[in-house]
Design a protein around this ligand. Structure first.
Ligand code: IVH
Length: 676
């Protein structure tokens, strides 16, 4: 049946598209579409050409294996062509069954004949390469190119550590080794982490990392890329008789010092091939590198020769692929998730897409900068990838598919959960909700912190209970804890009357506290226990603290701009002030003191560091005396340190103090106020 005009048009369109993608992938190292999408176009064209042979043109991309060589690399003619293998993507065992049946038919084997022996291997996802060794020395490395002519990438391949420059043992006059250059997933992650930190361009995925690195014109760039290599076959051989099977051939390559993947088996018959396929599928995610399938090869080299080739593919091998790990879908929206520390994380809502064996509907986008770097816009067609781990990732947008109606994402100015201001620190990648105690997403953590031993010390208020209280909307803020009654608690799961009573007693007891504990309990970012104590001592009263502006806050020893600004943000939230008032109204109380600025203690405002063994007092006792006199004890020496009290065997702190020119007071040493 001759092709319709429509089919002719479609074939021409597919050829043009595939050529464009070939160029983007092979020559520019900048793929526009995921492999699965490319494969789909390629298969559609193949099917059209098979059904209507008159559509097959001399320049059809189906007639060649890859892209033309880059002008800048010297062309290398392969003595033995680098062929492709037939690829099947069935998820069932039918791939193995069909392959075995076909091979047996070609060899004229009948039912009565024994099962055929196969070598089953992994299909590595990288870049095919041919290594030419002459008298054991690596003389040339070439890419596949169009299968007949590749590119001379010797300089780059020499930078791959696992590729021997000289073979071990009795090397043949000529040995061409065929294999795959790839990038391990951990190497890929580490490379990208470094690139991210250095503000450099990230690699899209391990496969592109491998392919792009080998095709760099500057070998110095390649050298920095962590590449690996596995041998899986041979090309030209001279002066050596290879062993009779493919599996033994790989063993021989291993003995020559070439890396050969250990994940391979000799299988007998179709069932055993299918079992290998299933087993590898199960373990695929735990392999240290990406594969896109398995490869079955007739093990006997003599039988391989008998089977020969059809068009450009050997009859003796087939690749059995796994479902794609990358797919295209639509970025429907970017939503904000509020984490337990208030971090606002943008999450991609995706049109459901089946990728790597699961349906993906969302993926984290990490932070604002990441979205900008990838230039993702709402409404974009995006590439979604499931890598070795299970977390799906949005690789990038297909800019060519934009209609113009896509929207640029902006981080919200308010927390989507509680409406508080969202704040991003100058040097931070993360935007945070400033809602603190009020924000539902942060409530549980805040409540646990509030109740913790060093804060309000409410015994018995553990995370299970907090989960229930918050999830059932019994408690929203710490102030609600003081409104709890027996009835509300008894309604909770596994809450016996006795424990309810104990909890209520602990809550009641917590009302009598200290200002320092209360400040710490509020859970203000960057305000730890020590800072809370300093603040309490410095201001003496909560109202004075609430009234302080950042400049005033920074008068407190050890309070710098970071702490001051997170406090200012916290107290600027009306919700936080409201909770504080409710707590006071519920009876939470402490003894207030004078503001330290007016404290007349002899050591007011002075910062001490105690080190070494003091002659008559323990360091804790000495610290207590200093604090009682209005001084402050710090754990480490800094420019704010006024005095170092050094006992015997004082070590590095004293040295540091001397470097900084701080006064010290030792027995028999220079006199300082602390000892007087
Ligand atoms: S054998 C004549 N074995 O898959 C047969 N190829 O089209 C030559 N590949 O890009 C290929 N792992 O680089 C073979 N264990 C393996 C392979 C493998 C990955 C790649 C090869 C080529 C494609 C085959």
């Amino acid at each position: 049946m001759t092709a319709t005009a429509e089919q002719q048009g479609r074939a021409a369109q597919l050829r043009a598209q595939i050529e464009q993608h070939n160029r983007a992938y092979y020559e520019l190292d900048a793929p526009i579409i995921p492999d699965a999408e490319y494969d789909r176009l390629f298969r559609e064209l193949q099917a059209l050409e098979q059904a209507h042979p008159e559509l097959l043109t001399a320049d059809s991309p189906t007639r060649r294996v890859g892209g033309a060589p880059l002008a800048q690399f010297d062309p290398v003619r392969h003595a033995v062509p680098m062929l492709s293998i037939r690829t099947e993507t069935d998820t069932e065992d039918s791939g193995a069954l069909a392959f075995d049946a076909r091979v047996r038919r070609e060899l004229g084997l009948g039912e009565a004949d024994p099962p055929l022996e196969y070598a089953a291997e992994l299909k590595f996802d990288g870049l095919a390469i041919s290594l030419r060794y002459e008298n054991g020395m690596l003389v040339r490395a070439a890419t596949r190119g169009d299968g007949e002519t590749g590119e001379d990438v010797t300089q780059n391949v020499r930078t791959v550590g696992s590729i021997p420059l000289r073979l071990r043992g009795d090397a043949p006059a000529v040995l061409e080794v065929r294999g795959e250059i790839y990038m391990r997933r951990d190497d890929f992650e580490a490379f990208n982490a470094r690139a991210l930190a250095a503000g450099e361009k990230l690699l899209v995925n391990p496969r592109n990392g491998a392919a792009g690195s080998i095709r760099q014109l500057d070998p110095a760039v390649t050298r920095k890329r962590p590449l690996s290599f596995f041998a899986y076959g041979v090309g030209e051989i001279d002066g050596w008789t290879p062993p009779p099977t493919h599996s033994a051939l790989l063993d021989a390559l291993l003995a020559f010092g070439l890396p050969v993947c250990a994940e391979r088996v000799v299988a007998h018959g179709a069932d055993s091939l299918a079992a290998f396929h299933r087993e590898v599928a199960r373990r695929r995610m735990t392999l240290p590198f990406d594969i896109d399938g398995v490869v079955y090869k007739v093990n006997s080299l003599a039988l391989q020769a008998r089977l020969g080739f059809v068009s450009r593919e050997p009859r003796w091998a087939v690749a059995h692929k796994y479902p794609a790990q990358e797919a295209l879908t639509e970025l429907l929206d970017i939503e904000i998730q509020v984490g337990r520390t208030g971090a606002l994380t943008p999450v991609a809502r995706l049109a459901p897409v089946f990728v790597g064996g699961v349906t993906v509907t969302n993926a984290t986008l990490h932070n604002e900068d990441e979205i900008r770097r990838k230039d993702l816009r709402i409404g974009d067609t995006v590439i979604v990838r499931r890598a070795g781990d299970v977390i799906p990732e949005v690789v990038g947008a297909v800019a060519e598919r934009r209609s113009g109606s896509e929207r640029v994402f902006a981080m919200p100015e308010k927390c989507p959960v509680c409406g508080s201001h969202a704040v991003r620190g100058a040097d931070e990648a993360v935007t945070r909700c400033s809602g603190g105690l009020f924000c539902a997403a942060q409530r549980k953590q805040a409540l646990l912190h509030f109740a913790s031993r060093r804060a309000m010390d409410i015994e018995g208020l553990g995370d299970k209970l907090v989960d229930q209280l918050v999830d059932n909307a019994v408690v929203g803020t710490p102030a609600d804890l003081y409104k709890l009654g027996v009835a509300a608690l008894a309604a909770l799961d596994r809450m016996a009357e006795k424990s309810a009573a104990n909890l209520l007693a602990a809550i009641e007891a917590s009302k009598q506290t200290t200002l320092a504990r209360f400040i710490f309990a509020l859970g203000i970012r960057n305000v730890g226990e020590r800072t809370a104590k300093d603040l309490a001592r410095h201001f003496g009263s909560l109202d004075r603290l609430l009234a302080a502006d950042p400049a005033r806050l920074q008068q407190v020893p050890d309070v710098g701009p970071v702490v001051a600004s997170s406090m200012a943000q916290f107290f600027a939230e009306p919700h936080n002030r409201e909770v504080i008032e409710q707590l006071r109204a519920a009876g939470v109380r402490w003894e207030e003191g004078e503001a330290q600025a007016s404290v007349s203690g002899r050591l007011a405002g002075k910062v001490f560091v105690l080190t070494g063994t003091l002659p008559t007092l323990s360091r804790e006792q000495a610290g207590g005396l200093i604090e009682a006199a209005g001084g402050k004890v710090s754990g480490s020496v800094s420019k704010k340190t006024d005095f170092v009290v050094a006992g015997s065997e004082a070590g590095s702190k004293l040295e540091k103090a001397q470097q900084l020119g701080v006064s010290d007071h030792r027995r028999g040493g220079a006199a300082g106020p602390a000892g007087e």
